[in-house]
Design a protein around this ligand. Structure first.
Ligand code: MLT
Length: 244
């Protein structure tokens, strides 16, 4: 395995050849996705564009869909939920498709969707992702942070580092695909015992705290508490892969 980390979707090289691409948006889209699928959601369909989400979801029966729309940390009008992992309970999502558009997370997924194997990672499902990669052994892996509107984010980078750390015992000596991957691992090693503090210091963490989302922040900082990996079944549509 050779691992590269990209700090924002815009950095993901279109000409690159990867066997596996992993979208990361710890705050909060990829945390919400793994929680929703673990709670029994049928699938997640990601949209960059909210109007497209509305039009496509109209074709589904109201009791078989959940619309999740977020911009700038706030729920969008016309949506059912606003991208909180604590809201995607069994009652709210079981058996339904999530139609989801968020500021950065769904953009990252859109960027990597042509890759053969696409999954999403968060701190909450880190170990499940590590176990999956150990089983599948993809050669070249890209971890793509959602960042914030094209720029770096601490929480996504530390999550990439956490995945690398979990894989470390099985990685070859030349595992590093770029310098960012080495830096991501160092960030995780530095903060592994205080991920909650790191998320509070992160700029999007500050934004969410300002909006009163303290409980979301605490939840998103928890390591290895979800066993489900969202995995792409067809471009833009993810289903659950449960850890065996
Ligand atoms: C995003 O896609 O930027 C996030 O998930 C924003 C959020 O809802 O916290």
């Amino acid at each position: 395995m050779k691992i590269s980390v990209y700090h924002a979707p815009e950095e993901f090289p279109t000409a690159g050849t990867f066997d596996c691409a992993i979208a990361i948006d710890v705050l909060r889209a990829t945390t919400t996705m793994c929680c929703a699928l673990e709670a029994g959601a049928d699938s997640v369909q990601a949209f960059s564009d909210l109007d497209e989400l509305m039009t496509t979801s109209e074709e589904w029966a109201a009791d078989k869909r959940v619309r999740i729309g977020e911009r700038g940390g706030k729920m969008m009008p016309g949506c059912d939920l606003g991208n909180s992992p604590l809201e995607v309970t069994r009652d709210a999502v079981a058996g339904r498709r999530l139609f989801m558009s968020t500021t950065n997370g769904t953009r990252a997924l859109n960027k990597i969707k042509p890759v053969t194997m696409v999954l999403t990672a968060a701190l909450t499902n880190r170990q499940a992702v590590v176990d999956f990669l150990k089983d599948e052994q993809p050669g070249a892996i890209a971890m793509v942070s959602s960042g914030w509107e094209g720029s770096y984010s601490l929480e996504d980078t530390v999550c990439a580092g956490a995945v690398i750390d979990g894989l470390m015992p099985v990685l070859p000596k030349d595992w590093m695909g770029n310098d960012e991957a080495v830096a991501a691992h160092a960030l995780f090693v530095q903060w592994r015992d205080s991920l909650d503090v790191l998320l509070q210091q992160a700029s999007h963490g500050q934004r969410l705290l300002g909006l009163g989302n303290t409980a979301d922040l605490e939840f998103c900082a928890k390591l290895d508490i979800v066993n489900t990996i969202p995995i792409q079944r067809e471009p833009g549509i993810l289903i659950a892969h449960a850890r065996g």
